[in-house]
Design a protein around this ligand. Sequence first.
Ligand SMILES: NC(=O)C1=CN([C@@H]2O[C@H](COP(=O)(O)OP(=O)(O)OC[C@H]3O[C@@H](n4cnc5c(N)ncnc54)[C@H](OP(=O)(O)O)[C@@H]3O)[C@@H](O)[C@H]2O)C=CC1
Ligand SMILES: O=C(O)[C@H](O)COP(=O)(O)O
Length: 541
Amino acid sequence: MDFNATLRNIFVEENDIPQEFSLPGLIHQREYLSNGAMKTWDGPVHEVYSPICIKTENGLERKLIGSYPVCTAAEADESLDAAVAAYNNGRGEWPTMGVAERIHCVEQFTGRMIEQKDIIVKLIMWEIGKSFADSVKEFDRTVEYIYATIDSLKNLDRDSSGFDIVDGIAAQVRRSPLGVVLCMGPFNYPLNETFTTLIPALIMGNTILFKPPKFGTLLHYPLQEAFRDCFPKGVVNIIYGRGNTIVPGLMQSGKINVLTLIGSSKVANELKKQHPKVNRLRAVLGLDAKNAAIVTSNADIELAVKEIILGSLSFNGQRCTALKIVWVHRSIADEFLKKFSAAVAQLRFGMPWEKGVSLTPLPETNKIEYLDSCIADAVAHGASVVNENGGGSEGSFFYPAVVYPVNSKMKLYHEEQFGPIVPVVPFDDLEETIEFLIESTHGQQVSIFSNDADEVASLIDPLVNQVSRVNINTQCQRGPDVFPFTGRKDSAEGTLSVADAIRAFSIRSLVAFKMNETNKQLINEIVHEDTSNFLSTKFIF
Ligand SMILES: NC(=O)C1=CN([C@@H]2O[C@H](COP(=O)(O)OP(=O)(O)OC[C@H]3O[C@@H](n4cnc5c(N)ncnc54)[C@H](OP(=O)(O)O)[C@@H]3O)[C@@H](O)[C@H]2O)C=CC1
Ligand SMILES: O=C(O)[C@H](O)COP(=O)(O)O
């Protein structure tokens, strides 16, 4: 197959874009949601160019799809003040509202969100180049996550059975909100990763300042009015602009109580340092990873190839959970590489709306240059691209490269490439793979491929002490979303799953009663009042 010849057939002209996947014209947004109202913006805007390139008379060009405000620190500060006022030191309408009412607001919002599914899904596809099928999945999964969060909160509440008495003291545990949450997410799951933090933070009674990522901003517009209509004034504020210009001032103000960032550890560390009282800041972070696959001499090679293809190249490797380095026992390396390269050649690349495509355009404009530099560095240190056409690029497409043999002198051994390159490292002794994980600054997940029970068992213990999830004969992934999702070292802070996220965005406060006659009577009255309708009680674990 000639990669470049095939690509020439993929690119289309404007008029050839299938109608059902087109946007309803250019989407020029000039508003942002602050303090319960849409504020009109007449300042500078950011023009959004899709990673999807279109054939024009000037050659291939990223298609312009719309624009949005580039707010400044002044608008960000105003929105922050709105969130602070809505929280009102825990005395605002939202943090004091009963759980049942907050759930009701979130349900109403979700209903409105579902009405906007068509446009949101199309915008995910156009803004970040995710396949249409995967964009639909991202939307559906987000809605499921919201409903699961609601169920989880109801169950958390139901578990509270009044008071525990220890040493003559009765204590009730309440889950209280933390304050103002600054919420930021990455480009690769612009809807899902945002809502994974924003919704649990919101439902627990916190107020929100949300800044969408630069690739994946327009898709949040259809939700602005729903946020405005479903929540009290100032509870959700959305600010548009570049993170590096508007966020530092927010952190330096000391008014942010919780930083939640799904993105890179470099950004998270910088932002934490900017807070004047970092010990008063809670951070809930999902960060970068260098997840490894370990294919032992006892592996089912066909199965390993199938899983590692999915693990390393789904959405072009742009997943935090992607397999970003593959360790293969030297005795099976040739066979693995041959089968893996053949499987790569079977992957379909194409426009994101085409059925069955797995390789799609890359949104980051400097990405291809970075990926080329990784390959050049690996080649300079003795590796080569072993699959046909590997590393070729045109427009915003990059053909996956399988690079072998990778070693510790290379960037690809250490850095999170976050793109379609699969670095393969040969090993002789499993101890080498454990050493790699011990030395790594990351600690999210690992996948072991082996059919030997003793071998698998001998690896599990050392590996669970390095990463937060060990997958056996399967790729790394976040789901099912009810599983705890976190990481060690630089890969995370706090745990995100449905139930864990509710805990991450709240604090347990005690109400303690010395058990004398007066207090026994008081407790009876409180329990009676507050458990009459468990959902209306604010007394939850
Ligand atoms: N562990 C997890 O759960 C997940 C982790 N990730 C990680 O996310 C990364 C990819 O996403 P990416 O969008 O590139 O991540 P970034 O860290 O670059 O961006 C995340 C957010 O931080 C903002 N930001 C970036 N730079 C600054 C700055 N200097 N000051 C303030 N804010 C800033 C961005 O805004 P702006 O866009 O305006 O710059 C964006 O909203 C990968 O490392 C991936 O592993 C991705 C998904 C899940
Ligand atoms: O950004 C990511 O990679 C997501 O958190 C992982 O989700 P996935 O494993 O389901 O793709």
